[in-house]
Design a protein. Structure first.
Length: 562
RNA sequence: AAACCUGUGAUGUAAUGGUUAGCAUACAAGACUUUGACUCUUGUUGUAUAGGUUCAAAUCCUAUCAGGUUUACCA
């Protein structure tokens, strides 16, 4: 075994350092903490890949924790979808946790903080508090309620909990430092009153803990060793530590380990958006058919589009982890799915833009069964494909005449029909408007694929895919293009991302596919030879096949042609 | 403006003071080909800038410049 020294990313380096400084390997524990307020997208797979990847690397447990502290936005539907997506990616969590499971413990600790003079009830409006907050360059000023007595605070907080106040009347604040250069330390809110039913705790609570108070303490309760999140939480780290250090004093015997937060840069993908709020807008305004629309950058959208878990995981691994802002080219994602499908998808023939081809010297009634290899990359066997006198080929594969660069069918030139015969263009039939309605050709009976004859070994420059007209199966093919025409749709200050929507992001095509596909099942993936990779959509039925175009093949001819 | 973070080809990432700055994608040329795919070969562009420390700097120091984050009863 070549012990190639694998370079570590900065998070792995931190862990290695902690380990060499005495942290026990069995104390390593990670978590992925989504808020159930939307569907997971490709950006989340980075966070998932980092924490679950570390779990796999160090054989450490990883919790799936739902950060459900805002009942106004969260729903069970999202919890279910998130679980499905993480599982689909192939990760297994140790425990399914909910921040809401810790509401009582959080409350008890908050009471202790009040008793220690480290938290107080503020009774101002949010506007008043915002005014007192100061700015990055000027310190804030203390709330008039900052020095309430412990007894008063305790009484007020209890009443808040008991529902004796309305939303907005009071909040609980941590008493830290109104002059801190870190705005988050200027007496941050710990609790607010929210009279909304929670998807798990129902109406048990009318006060809900804020993110900063909840998140770190949830990490602490679960004894997470490394709490990994994206860069925008960097300023929260001081607060994370403040809460953690205080609570640790109350509970160190029960919970002896202190987690630490570290931050990495989030993933951005060109030609798409990653904000849950904006994705929700696309769904709500009907721009897409739902969270799982194949054009969406959601995991469910990619799944429906035909992406494999392996391709997404490879993508994340290749992207790496760092602390700098980045925009990753979608071409890399597309490369990863092609790489996977090239190896694993069976090849079939389908014609998306059909024109009739008549083999004039082929007997009218004759039908032949030809053998086609399923996947040259794999030992995947072969299948039978019917051939007859009348076929469909792609309209783009014929020109009456063309230059030497054009390898396809022209009048007087030979090409091979994949898995079948070599044919020669003879003539074509046009309608009144000059559109080609039928192409006539002749075939060389001795040139049959795999027959071993001299004629069959003849080199011809072009090979076309085709389907037999009589045996062809009609199918709907949904061809997708990028949802946005701009590389960074939400990166413009003066323009809304909706302005960059690509009007041609979905084309519905009535195509003909080879008969072997009638038995294909939802989710199955194929390479339509010379076209791209396609999968069977959820909408597909035995009466009406529906395919999604996952991604096209690399097409150097299209580039030359431009 | 303040504090904090970040600057390596077109994109992403590696090199942890010690070879001609590596890998992947992208792009280009060629070979192969019953997929203009795949595969293979070759090539293209890079350490933000200016100083300094050192025998030696992408790496350490200083300044400058550029970008990002923070001023929610969201997470």
């Amino acid at each position: 075994m070549s012990e190639e020294k694998k370079s570590l990313n900065f998070i792995e380096q931190i862990i290695e350092e902690d380990l060499s400084n005495g942290m026990k390997k069995e104390n390593l524990r990670f978590r992925f903490p989504p808020e159930p307020n939307g569907y997971l997208h490709i950006g989340h797979t980075k966070a998932i890949g980092i924490s679950f990847g570390l779990g796999e690397k160090y054989n450490a447990p990883v919790n799936l924790r739902f950060d459900d502290t805002n009942p106004a936005k969260e729903e069970q539907e999202y919890v279910d979808a998130i679980k499905k997506d993480v599982s689909w990616l192939g990760y297994q969590w140790e425990n399914e946790c909910y921040s809401s499971d810790y509401f009582q413990q959080l409350y008890d600790w908050a009471v202790q903080l009040i008793k220690d003079g480290k938290a107080y009830v503020d009774s101002q409006t949010s506007e008043e508090m915002a005014e007192q907050k100061g700015t990055p360059t000027e310190p804030g000023v203390a709330s008039p309620y900052r020095d309430r007595t412990v007894e008063e605070n305790l009484e007020l907080f209890t009443k808040m909990k008991n529902g004796e106040f309305e939303e907005g009347e009071h909040v609980l604040r941590a008493k830290i430092d109104m002059a801190s250069p870190n705005m988050l330390l200027r007496d941050p809110l710990m609790y607010r009153i929210l009279k909304k039913a929670h998807h798990r705790t129902g109406n048990d609570w009318v006060i809900y803990p804020m993110y900063d108070w909840t998140h770190g303490e949830s990490d602490y309760l679960e004894q997470i060793s490394h709490s990994l999140c994206s860069l925008e939480f960097k300023p929260h780290r001081d607060l994370y530590n403040w809460f953690r250090d205080n609570v640790f004093e109350y509970s160190k015997s029960a919970y002896p380990l202190m987690p630490k937060q570290r931050e990495f840069s989030r993933l951005n993908l060109s030609y798409t958006i990653m904000s849950k709020r904006k994705l929700l807008k696309l769904v709500e305004e009907g721009v897409v058919s739902g969270w799982d629309d194949p054009r969406m950058p959601t995991i469910s959208g990619l799944r429906r589009r035909g992406y494999t878990p392996a391709s997404i995981r490879n993508f994340i691994e290749t992207v790496g982890v760092s602390k700098r802002e980045n925009i990753i080219d979608v071409a890399l994602l597309e490369f990863k799915i092609r790489e996977d499908l090239n190896k694993n998808a069976n090849r079939v023939m389908a014609v998306l833009n059909p024109v009739k081809l008549v083999v004039t010297n082929y007997p009218e009634d004759k039908e032949e069964i030809l053998i086609a290899e399923n996947n040259p990359e794999l030992d995947a066997g072969s299948r039978e494909v019917p051939f007859s006198r009348e076929l469909y080929i792609e309209r783009e594969d014929f020109k009456e005449e063309a230059n030497r660069k054009y390898f396809r069918l022209t009048l007087g030139k030979e090409v091979r029909l994949k898995n079948a015969y070599i044919i020669k263009g003879e003539s074509c039939v046009k309608d009144d408007e000059g559109n080609i309605t039928e192409i006539h050709c002749t075939y060389d009976p001795l040139s049959k694929s795999g027959s071993g004859t001299e004629e069959s070994k003849r080199k011809v420059k072009g090979t076309l895919h085709w389907v037999s007209k009589k045996h062809a199966v009609a199918a709907e093919v949904r061809v997708y293009d990028r949802l946005f025409s701009d590389e960074a749709p939400d990166g413009h200050k003066d323009k809304d991302f909706m302005e960059f929507l690509n009007p041609d992001s979905l084309k519905i095509i009535n195509a003909f596919v080879e008969p072997s596909l009638v038995s294909s099942k939802i989710g199955e993936r194929f390479q339509f030879q010379r076209l791209g990779y396609f999968n069977v959509d959820d909408d597909s039925t035995s009466d009406k096949l529906v395919f999604n175009k996952t991604v096209g093949l690399r097409d150097t001819w299209a580039k030359v042609n431009k």
